[in-house]
Design a binder for this molecule. Structure first.
Ligand SMILES: Nc1ncnc2c1ncn2[C@@H]1O[C@H](COP(=O)(O)OP(=O)(O)OP(=O)(O)O)[C@@H](O)[C@H]1O
Length: 260
């Protein structure tokens, strides 16, 4: 496969720490994600991966450290502001509106933009109609990109786990992010769905220019898709490297064996 990663840094995390009372859940993590890179964070349970994600996506205020996206600091900004700057995420537990249809979920995702036109909406001015139509067109486009067109009018909660994950990714992509954070995207997927997910992630960065930062426990997916991997243990970064470097690193092998 031809590499697509560029040399431009998109996300820069410097010396990130997060303390919960007496527990230092994240301790001095630094990493950078390049434009269009697929970067994974792995490590045994409780290593601090989710906490790093929550700090980057604005759900936690880190105790120390800086985080910047395309040169602008996003540390300690609320998640909706971070999202407006181009960083969106999915969750370990899928968070769709289960009783809304698939296409409605994609329309809700754009409601920020539509809401700006609330007054013209109430008055049914042409500007609002145009915005509504554009939102529908964008929804249709992303349903097509993710192979979900035939399911547009299905209630999201009635879809399989794998398809709900796809809808979640579509809902992120419709906001045109520069960086997509995926929290255990392969959890609960069958082998075929995992393979499709891998192809999908690759397509998103090649065709839509998005960089992907993911937490995942499925090693074959991680090794197959990642440009680089950060391995964490007890809150600390132990190695950053390519899949080959990580696979053969003594400290990584020890961290995982120590878990059992
Ligand atoms: N909100 C919180 N309050 C207190 N402690 C927390 C909080 N969130 C996480 N922790 C603790 O911080 C440590 C790191 O947890 P975290 O969920 O980040 O690990 P993880 O690597 O994502 O684990 P897993 O792979 O099991 O999801 C754990 O000891 C956890 O109990």
């Amino acid at each position: 496969m031809m590499p697509v990663t560029t040399n431009t840094t998109l996300l820069q995390v410097s010396d990130l720490s997060m303390r919960f009372g007496g527990l230092l859940a994240v301790d001095g993590v630094s990493l950078s994600v390049m434009d269009k890179e697929v970067f994974a964070i792995i490590g045994p349970n409780g290593a601090g991966k989710t906490t790093v994600f929550n700090c980057i996506s604005g759900f936690y205020q880190p105790t120390t450290g800086d985080i910047s996206l395309a040169g602008a600091s996003i540390a300690r900004k609320p998640s909706h502001v971070v999202a407006q700057q181009g960083l969106v995420r999915t969750f370990q537990n899928i968070r769709l509106f289960k009783t809304l249809t698939v296409v409605e979920n994609l329309l809700v995702a754009q409601h920020n933009q539509l809401n700006n036109n609330l007054v013209s909406g109430l008055l049914k001015l042409p500007g609002y109609r145009r915005a509504e139509k554009e939102a529908l067109d964008r929804a249709a486009y992303w349903l097509d990109q993710l192979g979900l067109t035939a399911l547009a009018n299905r209630e999201a909660g009635t879809l399989s786990y794998g398809l709900q994950r796809r809808v979640e990714i579509a809902r992120c992509m419709i906001t045109k992010p520069r960086l997509l954070l995926l929290d255990e995207p392969a959890a609960g997927l069958n082998p075929q769905e995992k393979q499709e997910l891998q192809q999908l992630i690759d397509k998103l960065r090649r065709e839509h220019g998005v960089a992907v930062l993911l937490i995942e426990h499925d090693m074959s997916l991680i090794m197959g898709i990642s440009d680089r991997i950060l391995v964490m243990e007890h809150g600390k970064p132990i190695v950053i490297g390519t899949p080959d470097q990580v696979r053969n690193d003594e400290r990584v092998i020890k961290a995982y064996l120590g878990e059992e």
